[in-house]
Design a binder for this molecule. Structure first.
Ligand SMILES: [Cu+2]
Length: 113
């Protein structure tokens, strides 16, 4: 009986944490690994301001910089040094980011609330 109750409470709290959409001002950590950007898909609400915090964790990668769609600045990513890039999500669709050679890619994906 008691175990069942605890299990239900745990399930309920997990459900709350699983909300995909970001709040304004949220920081999203993105690692650069041998696989590329992790995560490579960040869900957010329309028009939200999101801070992407890129941290490159591998020395040998062509993703030593990141370019965000609509942002003319190429953001250099020094090894193991977090770099914040502030973006505003569009009203719909997605905002892509990629390494300068466009091999590793990711996107901020707008989801309806
Ligand atoms: Cu590349």
């Amino acid at each position: 009986m008691r175990v069942t109750l605890i299990a239900m409470l745990l399930a309920a709290s997990c459900k709350q944490q699983a909300q995909p959409a970001r709040q304004s001002g949220d920081v999203t950590e993105i690692a650069v690994t041998e696989k590329g950007f992790e995560p490579d898909r960040i869900e957010t609400a329309p028009g939200q301001q999101v801070t992407l915090r890129f941290t490159r964790k591998v020395a040998q990668t062509c993703a030593d910089a990141v370019e965000v769609q609509g942002d003319p600045v190429r953001h250099m990513l020094p090894l193991n040094a977090p770099v914040d890039v502030k973006v505003t999500a569009p009203q719909s669709g997605q905002l892509a980011f990629a390494c300068p050679m466009n091999m590793y890619r990711g996107a901020i994906v707008v989801v309806a609330q």
